[in-house]
Design a protein around this ligand. Structure first.
Ligand SMILES: [Mg+2]
Length: 320
């Protein structure tokens, strides 16, 4: 048996078994059945060793993260995740690594009800690429381009946890014992806000997921929607772990420029704001209102309460 045939064995039965995957792994292509009245949503993410992760990172966590970052993009579009494809480039065949990586990929794909329906393996510097496909009721996909002046800006969960986890792994920041598990979990095993994304379909005017940090990501919504935004940094949601581990300046830096939280950033028109708490309460993920959309296109204004807040953005670097 050739080594790449061996690799394909690890992934031939991965994730959930879906009725709508008529033909999955094993043919030249997958055949997928899309329900009447639905649109297909497609997204791709690549993780490169040395850029997005440490080469000696736990392979099970890498398998988990690769699925999650892709599914998170589907969540941001309000889509239901369905199918995954994998393009794997590895310097050599390491069976222990493959077993752990495929286990992480498998269990996470199953958790999000996704089936791995195809892939490719090649030899080369380590690089992990996934294509995720999801479905959304026709015309209901959330986009970055629908924010309107006066809309309220929201985020899910807490910000800066994953970035603190990275600093902890790099030995650049101390975190007390009682918070370490939470912080490392948020960095190595992030969650995609899938149910919440779908719940936002009829509420949010725009949405995206936070991969590079709020300060940089919100500018995508501003650009695509041709608006500005005013953010009150005193309302940024911080975990107890970040509050206890960082001074205020560091906490703000993590919350504004820390990457890889995979929380959702979205805007809500005034008229739909009243029903938001009730509609989202069953999902168990807190949402926080952090500001408003303004008419000054391209201008991101930061405030602390009523005071202006000056901030030098440190562009998020995945890996130092
Ligand atoms: Mg994204």
């Amino acid at each position: 048996m050739g080594e790449f045939e061996l690799i394909s064995r690890y992934f031939s039965n991965s994730g959930a078994r879906r009725q709508d995957a008529a033909i999955g792994v094993g043919d030249d292509g997958a055949v997928l059945q899309i329900r009447d009245g639905y649109d297909l949503v497609v997204t791709t993410d690549t993780m490169v060793a040395g850029t997005h992760f440490f080469p000696d990172d736990d392979p099970r966590a890498l398998g988990h993260k690769l699925v999650t970052v892709n599914v998170s993009d589907l969540a941001a579009m309000g889509a239901e995740p369905a199918w995954l494809s994998l393009a794997l480039t590895l310097p050599a065949v390491d069976e222990d690594w493959l077993a752990a990586f495929s286990a992480g990929l498998h269990e996470t794909a199953e958790y999000y009800n996704c089936q791995l329906v195809g892939g490719d393996t090649t030899r080369g510097p380590m690089s992990l690429t996934m294509i995720a496909k999801g479905i959304v009721p026709r015309g209901k996909a959330l986009t970055r381009s629908g924010a309107k002046v006066g809309d309220y800006v929201y985020v899910t969960g807490t910000l800066g946890d994953a970035a603190l986890g990275l600093k902890l792994c790099q030995g650049l920041h101390e975190v007390s014992k009682k918070h370490q598990t939470h912080i490392l979990q948020r960095f190595h095993y992030p969650s995609a806000r899938v149910a919440l994304g779908q719940a936002l379909r009829n509420i949010a005017s725009s949405a995206m997921d936070l991969s590079d940090g709020l300060y940089s990501d919100i500018q995508h919504i501003m650009k695509r929607s041709d608006v500005g935004a005013s953010i009150d940094v005193s309302r940024l949601p911080l975990s107890q772990a970040v509050k206890d581990s960082c001074d205020q300046t560091t906490a703000m830096q993590l919350a504004l420029s820390g990457g890889e939280d995979y929380e959702l950033l979205f805007t809500v028109p005034e008229a739909k704001r009243g029903s938001l708490d009730v509609l989202l309460s069953p999902y168990g993920t807190p949402v926080s209102c952090i500001g408003r959309i303004t008419g000054v296109a391209g201008k991101l204004e930061l405030k602390h309460g009523e005071q202006p807040f000056s901030y030098q953005p440190t562009g998020f670097v995945h890996f130092v």
